[in-house]
Design a protein. Structure first.
Length: 140
């Protein structure tokens, strides 16, 4: 084999080896997310009857329940917390956060704070605060 052909073949092989990681498929990871608690932390005359909802990637998850997701490491887990005071003219608040799957260690806790502001009446402007706690862990 001529020397110039060997050089070309060697360069082609090196390019093939270097380009391979770009085409390798990302390995999926399993992540279990549990809604560990939903708690009313402070209520300054906003209301007594409430509706709360926690969701993970758009799926509602009850307090104490879990959902397991299979994701690529570059994907995000979207946590959402929602609270609504129940009356004729409801007051509501929500909070959302996205956590990259690759940043979740063995166990990671994330708390979202939701503030609901009274919109009418003599207590207008007062607030209530809810704390939603999520536990995220990688599953083997």
């Amino acid at each position: 084999m001529p020397k110039s052909l060997r050089v070309i073949v060697s360069l082609a092989l090196m390019l093939l080896v270097l380009a391979q990681p770009m085409y390798a498929a990302e390995k999926s990871v399993k992540i279990k997310i549990t809604v560990t608690s939903i708690a009313l932390v402070e209520n300054n005359h906003v209301g007594n009857e409430w509706y709360t909802e926690a969701s993970v990637n758009g799926k509602t998850v009850a307090e104490g329940s879990s959902v397991t997701l299979t994701l690529k490491p570059s994907a995000a887990v979207k946590l959402q917390a929602y609270a609504q005071e129940q009356d004729k003219i409801p007051d509501e608040g929500e909070a959302t956060v996205s956590v990259k799957a690759s940043s979740i260690a063995k166990t990671t806790n994330k708390a979202l704070s939701v503030t609901v502001t009274e919109n009418r009446g003599r207590y207008s402007g007062n607030t209530a605060t809810w704390k939603f706690t999520f536990k995220m862990q990688k599953v083997a």
